[in-house]
Design a protein around this ligand. Structure first.
Ligand code: NAP
Length: 344
């Protein structure tokens, strides 16, 4: 498939380098000519897990240099969420007939893109972990995979075609329940990642801080209720998405502690990616994570006060009114509970 990888950052750079190393036809757009010159000179290098790669960066030019007659069959959209929403209309023009736009951001991005540019969007998300040391140098951090599937559920020829193509470079799995997979990842991002970003620490550290476990449980419960209310059925990822004994809310028990223990084993010591964005002064994806939960809740006419308060707290941090700190958890929890009308 004639492929364009948009967003040659941590994930896009890794995928592009591995596709190029596998000899597949891949084109790379940059933000500007300077960035294209830099990558042409440096080449693309992958270290970390999997085979090491060192390839030349040819077929690289600023995004504006590509045009409709290029007729790409597959565009992999590997930018951050806000850039993906902004770039999508421009990218849909570059797609040939029956071509596929594959976003790999977290949260509500694939559905939001489909609402804007239509059926060309195939759902994608990444359990593959990558970092970019400098432009052109990428580290594969785990043995993860891309997960792809139709937004409207079910199997399709294009899902298999994209799996065959990208599967030459990285592990690609398919699912008939993409919506459920999106929500499984959202549940973790909304609670583990975002609360860690607010507290300025890992899950293992915030779960033992004052209010940490309670805000984690309540945020998770609220997001799970909204997933189920909108008809999604979250898939099992690291843990069963429905905590043991769940009855619309988490109930303290040995089994529930063991469930949290499993989450801690997988994510407990990972520095939250949203915290890294905050510390680097980069925009966060909060509006596409907890903010997406709030927007779905609003559409359904059900409350999501805690997720709304979490969105507000992250915005207060990025606006410079607060710094990530475990002491922010208590006020966010109290305000979220207070707005629910249900009390503690
Ligand atoms: N990295 C991971 O391990 C991982 C794992 C799971 C999910 N994800 C998700 O995957 C997405 C990408 O993450 P990432 O870590 O790879 O981000 P990243 O390192 O920031 O890479 C994004 C790249 O896209 C470029 N870009 C943005 N808009 C562009 C445009 N219009 N034209 C050309 N290039 C453009 C950015 O350039 P500038 O730097 O100039 O903005 C940046 O190089 C995010 O939604 C993230 O949540 C990442």
């Amino acid at each position: 498939m004639k492929t364009l990888i948009v967003g040659i950052g941590a994930l896009g750079g890794l995928i592009a380098a591995r596709l190029r190393a596998a000899g597949l036809p891949v084109w790379l757009p940059t933000r500007d000519a300077e960035q294209a010159d830099w990558l042409r000179a440096s080449g693309l290098r992958v270290t970390g897990m999997g085979s090491a790669v060192n390839v030349q960066a040819t077929a690289i030019a600023p995004l504006d240099a590509y045009a409709a007659h290029d007729g790409f069959e597959l565009v992999v959209l590997a930018t951050k969420a806000h850039d993906a929403i902004e770039a999508a209309p421009k990218l849909s023009v570059l797609l040939g007939p029956n071509a596929t736009l594959l976003p790999i951001q977290n949260g509500g991005v694939p559905q939001m893109l489909a609402d804007r540019v239509g059926d060309c969007v195939l759902g994608g998300l990444s359990n593959l972990g990558a970092t970019m040391e400098t432009p052109g140098v990428y580290e594969q951090r785990n043995d993860g995979h891309l997960l792809i599937g139709e937004l409207g559920a079910g199997e399709s020829e294009r899902t298999e075609q994209v799996q065959r193509c990208l599967g030459r470079a990285v592990k690609v799995c398919t699912t008939n329940n993409f919506r459920g997979a999106v929500w499984s990842k959202l549940l973790v991002n909304c609670s583990v990642t975002t609360i860690g970003a607010i507290a300025g620490c890992t899950m293992r550290e915030f779960i033992n801080a004052a209010n940490g476990k309670e805000i984690f449980n309540r945020t998770y419960d609220e997001a799970l209720s909204i997933a189920l209310a909108c008809g999604a059925w979250p898939e099992r990822m690291l843990v069963d998405p429905i905590p043991p004994g769940w009855c619309g809310r988490s109930v303290a028990s040995e089994a529930h502690d063991a469930w949290i223990g499993q989450l801690l084993k997988g994510y407990g010591d990972v520095k939250p990616s949203m915290l890294q964005d905050i510390q680097r002064g980069r925009p966060t994806e909060i509006d596409f994570i907890n903010g997406y939960v709030v927007s779905v809740a609003r559409r359904l006419g059900v409350p999501a006060p805690l997720n709304a308060m979490i969105v507000e707290t992250v915005h207060s941090i990025t606006a410079g009114k607060n710094v990530p700190n475990p002491a922010l958890l208590g006020p966010a929890l109290q305000a979220g509970i207070g707005n629910s009308g249900f009390g503690p």
